[in-house]
Ligand binder design. Structure first.
Ligand code: DX5
Ligand code: ZN
Length: 221
């Protein structure tokens, strides 16, 4: 049986003036998780949302919240995000001086630890920390902005990760983020991704959020 494909709408594309409504809409439309993009204006050239917004939305949804930390040395904030209700703490390999310790901090705080890779970062950086991670986030655009075009040259990275996990005999969830829409989702699912993060592909889908989520989930061959 093919693995279930999780859909994780990125709140960056939600209506921030009505964030609660946007969250209720994706939850009732069948989303599996929420993706919460934190940017620090240093690791990426943009600033978004942080702990106070997470605290505000936590009580209104049962969905697991994946916090995508586009932040220098994200482990500094692991406990704060855990206390605010984050379930998955996704940190960038490029942002951590000591990735192993940073992942340890996320786990000690009680969150699922995940590593994200920018497009130029090879999957080999994960080899030493494989036992510490449950999930990898392959960036399929340069992080920092929503609404960019998908980079098909990232597809081999997904396949490499599938192989790496198989050889290591470990369960590794492979998530993708950036330019995931109905026309690009099929290729990432076929390559082995099982969690699809999508902002504009869900919130701006022509036929509405529910149709967008369904279309993404069933895009594989
Ligand atoms: C970009 C963020 C993404 C962003 C994706 O750096 O990490 O989560 O919201 O937006 P779309 O799906 O519109 O490309
Ligand atoms: Zn993201």
């Amino acid at each position: 049986m093919p693995p279930k494909i999780k859909i994780s709408p990125s709140l960056l594309a939600a209506d921030f003036a009505n964030l609660g409504e946007s969250i209720r809409a994706v939850e009732s439309a069948g989303a599996d998780e929420l993706h919460f993009d934190v940017m620090d204006g240093s690791f990426v050239p943009n600033i978004t949302i942080g702990v106070p917004v997470l605290e505000a939305i936590r009580p209104i949804t049962k969905l697991p919240i994946d916090v995508h930390m586009m932040v220098v040395e994200p482990a500094r904030f692991a406990q704060q995000f855990a206390d605010a209700g984050a379930d998955i703490f996704t940190i960038h390999a490029e942002a951590c001086d000591d990735l192993e310790t940073s992942l340890g901090d996320a786990r000690i705080a009680g969150m699922t630890a995940a590593v994200s890779l920018k497009p130029d970062t090879p999957v080999s950086v994960l080899q030493p920390v494989l036992p510490l991670i449950d999930r990898v986030l392959v960036m399929t655009v340069e992080p920092g902005f929503g609404g960019q075009s998908f980079m098909p040259e990232m597809l081999p990275k997904i396949a490499e990760l599938v192989d790496m996990a198989r050889v290591a005999g470990t369960d590794l969830e492979i998530a993708v983020d950036g330019g995931i829409k109905v026309d690009t989702a099929g290729s990432v699912i076929d390559a082995g991704a099982t969690a699809l993060i999508s902002g504009t592909g869900v919130f701006n889908f022509t036929d509405g959020i529910e149709a967008g989520i369904k279309a993404l989930r069933s895009a594989g061959s």
